[in-house]
Write a protein that binds this ligand. Structure first.
Ligand code: SF4
Length: 200
């Protein structure tokens, strides 16, 4: 990534400050449950690779997150391989890229037990509103901003809704998006831009 290496130690801080809603949701669930289903692990894992978490730090990160809910033996046998695989170190050695919004919106539709996907597309309006207001203090439940966001979602303009959340949580004027009117099309773009803004 443009911002250099992220260690397992740093992930929590970067998550709270710079993760887009889809990844924040996955990360918070993982932290709470010490568990994520396959597509959730894949979506978050590839994203973390994209923000600059190297393979060895990814192994440390996931081992820590699963914690005591999993034995070292099970982790090494079943999970480590998949982490190495997603970094292109096993099997066909494909270095899979992080998923774009378009892929997250359209591939592998999440079931009720899943936490992958895009909150704007896959949450009910009530759940979305509760999730956004509890995650981002800048967006109150009954506010005009929240109504704006829910209106965009209703007309299936998910990237518009997500871009609005970026603006509201980064003190960016409406319409400026990630800069130069660019809207959110990739979760890693959100994080890269968010980290850039912090340093400016
Ligand atoms: Fe994530 Fe993209 Fe959905 Fe935003 S629009 S929450 S970045 S998938």
């Amino acid at each position: 990534s443009a911002q250099g290496v992220v260690t397992a130690e740093m992930v929590d801080d970067v998550a709270r400050k710079h993760f887009p809603p889809c990844m924040r949701n996955l990360y918070d669930r993982l932290k709470r449950d010490h568990h994520l289903k396959h597509f959730g692990r894949l979506q978050l894992g590839l994203f973390l690779k994209g923000i600059g978490l190297p393979l060895d730090e990814a192994v440390v990160f996931w081992r820590r997150m699963y914690g005591a809910t999993m034995s070292d033996d099970k982790f090494n046998k079943e999970y480590k391989y998949n982490i190495r695989h997603s970094y292109g170190q096993e099997g066909k050695r494909t270095n899979y890229p992080p998923k774009s919004c378009q892929q997250i919106l359209t591939q592998n539709q999440p079931g009720t037990q899943d936490s992958h996907g895009c909150p704007f597309r896959h949450f009910s309006p009530d759940n979305l509103s509760a999730f956004l207001s509890s995650t981002y203090p800048q967006i109150d439940k009954g506010s005009m901003e929240m109504r704006d966001i829910l209106d965009s979602v209703k007309s299936t303009h998910y990237h518009v809704a997500c871009t609005r959340v970026f603006e509201l949580t980064h003190g960016v004027k409406k319409g400026e998006g990630l800069g130069g009117n660019e809207s959110v099309a990739h979760p890693n773009k959100w994080t890269d831009r968010s980290r850039e803004l912090e340093r400016e």
